[in-house]
Design a protein around this ligand. Structure first.
Ligand SMILES: *Cc1c(COP(=O)(O)O)cnc(C)c1O
Length: 390
């Protein structure tokens, strides 16, 4: 054990200006459904170069209303990556669809588009093509969206990017969130993510109809737009519920924090990139590799994952680093191995690259406040745990 302070794997970066922005909302007329939400949405559409943003209570909520807006329902199929947070798959189940997975590319831990294409060919022959594909920009590294976009047209499925790790990242020089090759792109603003609103999420799109549908679904399926009414307008109080939606609203308090954080987005991404570059140098001699980042665009760098050459060392290395007060973590347990998914028939061996990745992976601390001194402690702990400390 050690007396050294705990270093988490991710941590929010809160400045005085963030506190002032929240304070101003608390003293204003609106704690929710006020102007701070539109301001946050404008910050998102500006940064991401997409015309529409719907801010909601979480990325999980955003994934749900994205799938609903695309008409996903019983009898349909949603495919995603097994190396993601469970929310990437659960959104399909919320809609009554069935869920399946595409294996990952071991070099990047991103959805393997060759495997996707093989599975699409088989699914087409068997008449069970997916309606929605959820590629996950794991660790902040963009998937091969251009190729996914081509396959989407060829096989007729819709694309919802799970960009929970990737605000501030790029694909082919365009900001993630611009939806150049997708229908909808979803972000998370949980505190460990790149920018935070406490809890929160957003769905971005270029499609005004999808935007209007998601806007309604965020508040119970209610619209207040007279031009869209299906019945006669009874008076100024009138509104219509036209679909079954939810209360997935974000508060103005959260939105103000998010907007304030968005002003520092490029600063935050730059800090993450310099931390990653330093890790690359410090880790070069150790018996491990790290994920290839950026074959398809500059990463948002939410996570820095190392993959140990020796999978048998993963547990002792993890335990030793935790004993050194380093908040290492594992992202992620393959979704198909969760008991809830196993009961649907998924079993070990179905997605071998994902399972091999999982056996070796450790996420080491990555956040803008990580100092060189902290980073040195992380690397020394990791080297010692691997038995290669000099
Ligand atoms: C964090 C995360 C989510 C869920 O985000 P919430 O805002 O907590 O709902 C979904 N997908 C991925 C890949 C995530 O990392």
């Amino acid at each position: 054990m050690t007396d050294a302070p705990f270093i988490p794997y991710g941590r929010q970066d809160i400045r005085d200006e963030d506190v002032s922005a929240v304070d101003a909302v608390l003293r204003s007329d609106f704690l929710t459904q006020g102007p701070a939400i539109a301001a946050f949405e404008a910050a998102l559409t500006n940064a991401c170069e997409a015309p529409h943003a719907i801010a909601v209570s979480s990325a999980t909520a955003a994934l749900h209303i994205a799938c609903m807006a695309l008409g996903l329902g019983p009898g349909d199929h949603l495919w995603t990556s097994p190396i993601s947070f469970v929310a990437s798959a659960n959104c399909g189940l919320y809609c009554g669809a069935s869920v399946d997975f595409v294996d990952i590319d071991p070099a990047t831990a991103l959805m393997d588009v060759d495997d996707l294409e093989r599975r699409l060919i088989t699914a087409k022959a068997e008449g069970r093509l997916p309606k929605v594909l959820v590629p996950v920009h794991f660790a902040g590294h963009s998937c091969d969206m251009a190729r996914i976009g081509v396959l989407a047209k060829e096989y007729g499925f819709r694309v919802v990017e799970d960009a929970s790790h990737c605000i501030g990242g790029h694909h082919d020089g365009q900001p993630i969130g611009s939806c150049a090759h997708s229908d909808i792109c979803v972000f998370s603003f949980h505190p460990v993510k790149i920018v935070t609103s406490g809890e929160g999420g957003a769905a971005l799109t270029r499609n005004p109809e999808l935007a209007a549908r998601m806007n309604d679904l965020r508040t119970h399926g209610i619209t207040r737009e007279a031009s869209r009414y299906q019945q006669a307008d009874d008076g100024p109080w009138y509104y219509e519920q036209q679909a079954l939606g939810y209360n997935y609203r974000i508060t103005d308090i959260q939105a103000a924090l998010g907007t304030s954080q968005m002003t520092r987005l490029s600063e935050i991404i730059t800090a993450r990139h310099s931390i990653a570059a330093r890790y690359d140098q410090l880790l070069a001699e150790l018996p491990l590799r790290w994920l290839e980042r950026g074959p398809f665009g500059a990463s948002g760098l939410h996570l820095y994952v190392v993959l140990l050459d020796d999978a048998a060392a993963r547990r002792p290395v993890f335990d030793a680093m935790r004993a050194d007060n380093i908040g290492v973590n594992v992202h992620y347990i393959p979704i198909h191995l969760q008991p809830f998914y196993r009961q649907m028939g998924f079993a070990p061996g179905r997605f071998p690259a994902a399972e091999d990745y999982y056996s070796r992976a450790i996420s080491i601390p990555m956040f803008p406040g990580l100092t060189d001194g902290m980073q040195d402690r992380v690397v020394q702990s990791l080297a010692r745990a691997l038995g290669t400390a000099g």
